[in-house]
Write a protein that binds this ligand. Structure first.
Ligand SMILES: *Cc1c(COP(=O)(O)O)cnc(C)c1O
Length: 390
C-alpha cells in the first residue's frame, strides 16, 4: 500500500483529537442515560456531563450556560438563527443583511426566505475579502431585522471585523448573528465585546466530533426571540427539541477546551508553517494570494495560479496532498467558488485555485513536501500548456 496523502483540508473537517475521543467514550456505554431523565442516576449522570460541557462552551465565548442551545452542527445553528429570527420578527420587518462570501448554510436559508417574501441584501466584499463597514451601515433600513456576517471565511480564511460590525448593529438596534464555525477554538470570540446576539458553532472543525454544534442565543439586553425549527420534547428551552447527544456534547466541550488552551501557541505555529508555504510558492510567477494577507486564519492559505487548469492541478497533486480547489467546497457540482468570484476572479482563475488548510497535526516536513510537489506540478503543467500553444 502506498502512503495516504498529506491532509491539508482542515477547513472541511479535522481529525478528532484522541483526548476528545477519550472524554467521550464513557458516555456511549457506561453513562448512557438520557439527560432529560430526572428520576434516576442514569439521567443525572448524563445531565451533569451536559451541564459541565455547557459551562465550558459558554466560558469560551463569554456568555452564560443557559444561552447555549445544542444543535447538530453549524448548518442547523445557522438555519435556526436565520429562519428562527425571520419567523419571530417578521412583524417588525422583513429585511436581512448578509455577505456574498458566506457559507452555503447562510446563503441557502436566505434564498429560502426570499421565496417567502423577505428581502435580502448580499453585501459585496473588497478585493481582500473584507466587508466595507460604511456600506454595511448604509444598507441598514428601518425594516432590517438581522445582520448575519461570518467570523472567519471557510475558503479564504479572512476574519471579518466582528467588533466593528457589532457596534454598528448595536447602534441601530439590529440583531447581529455570526457563523463562527471556522473561528471557534482558533481565534478569540467574545459575544460581549463583539455585541453578538447569535453565534453558530460546530465541533468538527476544531478536532471534535461531527454532528454536534451550538447556537448562542442572547437572553438579556436584548432577549432574542427565536421560532423553533424542530418541535417535539421541548429540550433546550423549547427552542430545539430532540434527545441531547451526550457523548458528542462532552466531546465538543473537550475540543473547545483543548483549542482554547493552545490557542496562542497553535496560532503562532500554524502561521509560521503557512507563511513558510507561501514563501516557497510565491517564488513562482503568476501566483496570487486570495484574501487579506494578515487578517486571516493562521492555518489558511488560498492561492490562484495563472496558466494552469484547475482540475489538472488537483489531479496532479492528488497522491501527495488532500486539499480543496476553487470549486470543490461549494457542492457536488463543479461551479467556480462563489467566494473567489466575489473577489473579482474570472471562472478560469477561480478554478485554478488551491485552498491549503493547515491544522494541529500539520508538520514542517509535510509543508516542505507539499510545496515542492505543488511547484513541480505547476511548472510541468505550464510547460505542457506552453508546448500545446506553440
Ligand atoms: C463547516 C462550516 C459550516 C457547516 O458546519 P456543520 O457543522 O458541518 O454543519 C458552516 N459554516 C462554515 C463557515 C463552515 O466552515
Amino acid at each position: 500500500m502506498s502512503q495516504r496523502p498529506i491532509y491539508l483540508d482542515c477547513h472541511a473537517t479535522t481529525p478528532m483529537d484522541k483526548r476528545v475521543l477519550e472524554a467521550m467514550l464513557p458516555y456511549f456505554t457506561e453513562h448512557f442515560g438520557n439527560p432529560s431523565s430526572i428520576n434516576h442516576i442514569y439521567g443525572w449522570e448524563a445531565e451533569a456531563a451536559v451541564k459541565k460541557a455547557r459551562e465550558t462552551i459558554a466560558n469560551a465565548i463569554n456568555c452564560s450556560p443557559e444561552e447555549i442551545i445544542f444543535t447538530s452542527g453549524a448548518t442547523e445553528a445557522n438555519n435556526l438563527a436565520i429562519k428562527g429570527v425571520a419567523e419571530a420578527y417578521f412583524n417588525q420587518g422583513q429585511h436581512i443583511i448578509t455577505v456574498q462570501t458566506e457559507h452555503r448554510a447562510i446563503l441557502d436559508p436566505c434564498h429560502y426566505l426570499e421565496g417567502l417574501g423577505f428581502e435580502i441584501t448580499y453585501l459585496p466584499v473588497k478585493k481582500d475579502g473584507l466587508i466595507d463597514l460604511e456600506l454595511l451601515e448604509k444598507s441598514i433600513r428601518s425594516e432590517t431585522i438581522l445582520v448575519s456576517i461570518m467570523a472567519a471565511n471557510n475558503e479564504i480564511g479572512v476574519i471579518q471585523p466582528l467588533k466593528e460590525i457589532g457596534e454598528i448593529c448595536h447602534k441601530h438596534q439590529i440583531l447581529f448573528h455570526s457563523d463562527g464555525a471556522q473561528a471557534i477554538g482558533k481565534i478569540p470570540l467574545d459575544v460581549q465585546t463583539m455585541n453578538l446576539n447569535l453565534l453558530s458553532l460546530t465541533a468538527h472543525k476544531v478536532y471534535g466530533p461531527k454532528g454536534i454544534g451550538a447556537l448562542y442565543v442572547r437572553r438579556r439586553d436584548p432577549r432574542v426571540k427565536l421560532a423553533p425549527q424542530l418541535h417535539g420534547g421541548g429540550q433546550e428551552k423549547d427552542i430545539r427539541s430532540g434527545t441531547l447527544y451526550t457523548p458528542q456534547i462532552v466531546g465538543f466541550a473537550k475540543a473547545i477546551e483543548l483549542g482554547l488552551n493552545e490557542i496562542e501557541t497553535e496560532a503562532k505555529r500554524q502561521k509560521e508553517l503557512r507563511d513558510r508555504l507561501w514563501k516557497k510558492l510565491s517564488q513562482l510567477e503568476g501566483i496570487y494570494l486570495n484574501g487579506h494577507p494578515t487578517q486571516r486564519l493562521p492555518g489558511n492559505l488560498n492561492v490562484s495560479i495563472e496558466g494552469v487548469d484547475g482540475s489538472a492541478l488537483l489531479l496532479g497533486l492528488q497522491t501527495i496532498v488532500a486539499l480543496s480547489s476553487g470549486s470543490a467546497c461549494t457542492s457536488t457540482t463543479t461551479k467556480p467558488s462563489h467566494v473567489l468570484k466575489a473577489l473579482g476572479h474570472s471562472d478560469k482563475l477561480a478554478y485554478a485555485s488551491l485552498r491549503f488548510g493547515l491544522g494541529r497535526f500539520t508538520t514542517a516536513q509535510e509543508i516542505d513536501t507539499v510545496s515542492k510537489a505543488a511547484i513541480a506540478t505547476i511548472e510541468s503543467l505550464r510547460q505542457v500548456a506552453h508546448h500545446l500553444n506553440c
